[in-house]
Design a protein around this ligand. Sequence first.
Ligand code: ASP
Length: 332
Amino acid sequence: MPKKILIINTGGTLSSVKSSKGLVPGMRSDDMLEELRMVSRNLELETEDFCSLDSANIGPKDWSGLAEMIARKSYDYQGIVVIHGTDTMAYTSSMLAFMLQNIAIPVVITGSQLSIANPVADALENCRCGIHMAASGYPGVFVAFNRKVILGCRASKVRTMSFDAFESINYPYVGEISSLGLRVYERNLIAKKGIFRPQTAYSDKVALLKLYPGINPDILDMFYEKGYKGIFIEGFGLGGMPFINNDFIGRVGEMVEKGMLVLVGSQCRYEGCNLMVYETGRLAIEKGVIQAYDMTAEAAITKLMWVLGQTDDIREMKEYFSVNIAGEVNIG
Ligand code: ASP
């Protein structure tokens, strides 16, 4: 019996067509089926359309709906491929990794830098990788791009035009296609920790703030006054924040006292933060901030949304950040 793989289309460049307003997602999944069959060989493909959007227009409500659709369908297919725009793909893959933790089948998100209608596109190569990873039997949420398979919550778009647009950040690749075929590195997969139960609640009362020299701490009050409950701050280097001349850390402490969850990471993409090294980090720890360690910005902000959707209890929120849920973080 051939394995059954479901392709869910959400739009993006892969499905795009030219319009008077520029490139817009236009093809439905059925329009792409013939081409997709060329790279899937003896697998049985079925398709669904979730939406047809440039991924700049995709947000938390879509993630929740998409996760629910995937959860429902996961009992009828051996694997699912999600076609998605590349611009926010890493946010979607990170959030799906949290919402769909412990899913029993592979869920693989892919897209491309050129439309599938373009004969020199990377679209079919990426779909080939996505479809065969979806048929691999290894459960989890992944991104497939440029012949590499990345853990969903470790992916990041690092290039705007090249075909190698995605990297696995602070974590090894989980698979790749080479002359040896598709190889999956089992040691890098995340073991199932319990039964599958989709957890699709989230909070959008969270913000991401990149520090810059001279940043005015009043910006923190603005978030607080607007009802924000959590903030992810990208600090300098190992995660440092100012406290001399500009007492940003002092105001962060006030936010923590008022009940805001303050997560601090690094604006450097690689190697993560460590707030224990410098005074500019330790003081923040003393004020009660939480470290993001080596999480990507995409994983950190989506984990914050997801955690705040699970509980209102600040102690429980901190507990979630002290554990590695889907492979997103290496703590300490
Ligand atoms: N703007 C497109 C999107 O994210 C880019 C792409 O798919 O590569 O939907």
